[in-house]
Design a protein around this ligand. Sequence first.
Ligand SMILES: [Cu+2]
Length: 148
Amino acid sequence: MKKILIIVILSLFLISACTPKQPSAVSIDIKKPESSKISEPEESIGEQKKTENLVEITAAGFNPNTLTIDEGDTVVFINKEAKSHWPASAVHPTHNVYPEGGGCIGSKFDSCRGLRQGETFTFRFDNKGAWRYHDHLNPGLTGTIAVQ
Ligand SMILES: [Cu+2]
């Protein structure tokens, strides 16, 4: 009787050991989420989750020109025309109004290079305020991200 019980327990153990684990959805992305990132056109869309906070850049400027988001939200800036555009924090040329260092000029809110057509710059706003920005390649184009 005891032997049978042991066999049953052993076979249960073996079955569970052979059962495939949950699909590796758990191993999503180990690296720390970045608060800013530039994506090539090829990789920017695909299977990423849809972003609600999108600012399109065209010859006419930033659209929407003022975007209101919540603290901690991410905004994707996408260049929709052939000419390059470089979104960056006010004020040109120091880019130091946004209160988070670490970027290339004066703050982290800076794509740090011109975005080619279809390229995106993604930035997470962790500071409340009305953050003005511009196109560093054409400083007359300006916009505002209002973080509440
Ligand atoms: Cu600038």
